[in-house]
Design a protein around this ligand. Structure first.
Ligand SMILES: [Zn+2]
Length: 73
């Protein structure tokens, strides 16, 4: 069982907890661990959706079967 980790946000330098539950969640989905604190993640998400006044659909390439998964973090 993993232990909680204290990570440092690379944007604001704040420390935040990456809990064992979250680690499992990320590992199961093969996500890369977050590098930002929850507040910065929210801020980034908010600014991203604010930017997309001209909303572009992101569609993953279907033809390239392979390791190119989209990662959110
Ligand atoms: Zn932060």
């Amino acid at each position: 069982m993993a232990e909680d980790q204290v990570l440092t946000c690379r944007d604001c330098g704040a420390e935040y907890v990456f809990t064992s539950g979250e680690q499992e969640f990320f590992a199961e989905r093969e996500f890369t661990p977050p590098t930002r604190c929850p507040a910065c993640r929210r801020a980034r998400k908010a600014s991203r959706s604010a930017d997309s006044g001209n909303f572009r659909e992101q569609r993953p390439e279907r033809n390239s079967s392979g390791g190119n998964r989209q990662r959110r973090y």
